[in-house]
Design a binder for this molecule. Sequence first.
Ligand SMILES: *Cc1c(COP(=O)(O)O)cnc(C)c1O
Length: 232
Amino acid sequence: MITNQLDENRIRQRISDIRNRIEIAAKKAGRSADQINLMAVTKNVLPEYVNIAIGEGVRLLGENRAQELISKHDFYNLDGVDIHFIGHLQRNKVKKIIDKVSMIESVDSEHLAEEISRCCLKIGRKMPILLEVNVGNEKTKSGFAVDEIFEAARIVSKMPGVEIKGLMAIPPKENVLHHFKKIWDIYIDISLKNIDNISMDFLSMGMSADFEQAIAYGANIVRIGGLIFKDM
Ligand SMILES: *Cc1c(COP(=O)(O)O)cnc(C)c1O
């Protein structure tokens, strides 16, 4: 055991503070905090620390890298806890992770969706996925461009091994409110189209620096790393 009481208390306190802030942000937006899922993002965090967060009631983990997920997975206390994949996923890694996650949030191409669908059909399941929107059309980020997302949703919705459950985004830091609003608008537009095999249940946006603003624009998964695990 490499953790100590001090670390444990710190993580507990941080999670409690985040929950209070979610509560306040939700109330301000006229929403219920119960609808908002707090995800602990575990990149570069040792499983012992992640388990403290789980002990504090966190029920959703976010993993960025396939290799890291595979190597840490067995050390997590996963009873009642879901893992979502949230990083750029190479097609050749799909089959190694699909039995370890309950959702892939970072579906950023039709090819990737196709591979997830193919692998899931083989093992007789359907993978819930979110489509990642590159809302700022940034060259350095993955995700569907805003002008591709509707067509992509239509195409991916026909793939039998996946079910589209919503959108995920990492907006640019500049003008973040504008971008959250734009993602919300796309989310609503797609849901109003009533496409078979699409149910827009989840909007995953907002991180340590901006989760309260994301909540104001309808996020129901906030992905928090640093604010929980910094310096652990
Ligand atoms: C790292 C990461 C986060 C968490 O970011 P923080 O600023 O540490 O809260 C959220 N989402 C994705 C996709 C990430 O890679």
